[in-house]
Design a protein around this ligand. Structure first.
Ligand code: PEP
Ligand code: MN
Length: 360
């Protein structure tokens, strides 16, 4: 896979925000006209959010749960926008949704995690948008496959959508705890590396799944250079018809936004820049030594490979592999190194050792 070339224009709203984090807020689902209007008024009054969100069609894992109000809710969003001036966003999952949203003047569309996984749906939605200039936000797919995320962004771009954003909403994992969806920050950062001009919004609500973790996830997102947040809010979260456990009140959003620390992207004073330069030089030297040690280690692996071949001995020896992991773990503990770092490092080294011997 080669880095994708997207033709992107930043949406105006994102460009404006500088003093405070860029925020998209609103309920998981539009539930009633009064709920949409009241929530919209509260958010507009606080001035915290740039965009109001509400799901109109809800993709639910199992049938029988609240599946959204449908098209009529779009007129509530329109009414809320007319009253407060706040642009509105909703999720679309097929061409019919797109048509209805365009008819009702919806300003932003997002593609849900359950849709991004399916290139047929994504293509259908993208085709329905051909020739329309509307911003589209693409949530990551449910499972950690960055290719599907990039592919969906490319499909929209190829149909002429230039105002694109990605939304990092976490990934399904057997070991998601304490999160509902594991925040694989490395994947969001990888996406940023591949498509540096693409804004990435973090959705701490779907990552956290519970109100207590939202502020921590939001701060981490900003510290890692995410371009904004999408947070679910409900006037009365315990009565919400979907995602009740993760929604917070508009007042709680205001408190959260006031507590978030916005950091500079780099140092702007010479004293600290100089300190950093010296430390980085030291790190460069250590990295050089690390690589040279690694080269010595791999040379020894090649020697072992040759001896094994001569003597007709199997390459992979489970006992030795376990011994390496165990002893290196102990060495790492003595040096106070993070356990998972040592484990992953030696798994990686071992994988490459096997590849080298295989070639021999
Ligand atoms: C949502 O934003 O309400 C939603 C359904 O999100 P996701 O697609 O991330 O599960
Ligand atoms: Mn939700």
């Amino acid at each position: 896979m080669s880095p994708a070339e997207l033709h992107i224009e930043a949406t105006g709203l994102l460009k404006q925000k500088e003093q405070k984090a860029f925020l998209i807020a609103g309920p998981c689902s539009a539930e009633s006209r009064s709920q949409v209007l009241e929530t919209g008024r509260a958010i507009a009054k606080s001035g915290d959010a740039s965009i109001f969100r509400a799901g109109v069609w809800k993709p639910r894992t199992r049938p029988g749960s609240f599946e959204g109000i449908g098209e009529i809710a779009l007129s509530w969003l329109q009414e809320m926008k007319a009253e407060t001036g706040m642009p509105v966003a909703t999720e679309v999952a097929n061409a019919y949704h797109v048509e209805a949203c365009l008819k009702h003047g919806i300003d932003y569309l997002w593609i849900g995690a359950r849709t991004t996984v399916n290139p047929f749906y994504v293509q259908e939605i993208a085709e329905a948008l051909r020739g329309v200039d509307i911003p589209v936000m693409v949530k990551n797919p449910l499972h950690p496959d960055i290719g599907l995320w990039i592919g969906a962004l490319e499909r929209f771009n190829q149909c002429g959508i230039k105002q694109l954003m990605a939304i990092h909403r976490g990934f399904y994992s057997y070991e998601a705890a304490p999160y509902r969806n594991e925040p694989k920050w490395d994947l969001a950062i990888k996406l940023k590396r591949w498509m540096p001009e693409l804004p990435i919004i973090c959705d701490p609500s779907h990552i956290a799944g519970t109100t207590e973790l939202i502020s921590e996830v939001s701060q981490t997102a900003l510290d890692l250079g995410m371009d904004g947040l999408m947070i679910e809010t409900h006037q009365n979260p315990s009565l919400a018809l979907s995602d009740a456990k993760q929604q917070i009140t508009p007042a709680a959003i205001s408190a959260l936004m006031n507590n978030l620390v916005l950091r500079k992207s780099d140092f702007d004073d010479t004293v600290h820049l100089e300190k950093l330069r010296i430390i980085r030089k030291h790190i460069d030297g250590l990295d050089e030594k690390l690589l040279s040690l690694l080269a010595d280690r791999l040379a020894l692996v090649s020697e072992i490979g040759a001896i094994k071949k001569e003597n007709n001995v199997m390459i992979f020896q489970l006992k030795r592999f376990f011994e390496i992991l165990k002893t290196r773990k102990g060495m790492g503990d003595d040096l106070d190194l993070p356990k998972d770092l040592v484990h992953e490092l030696f798994e990686l080294i071992h994988k490459h050792s096997i590849n080298i011997q295989n070639k021999i």
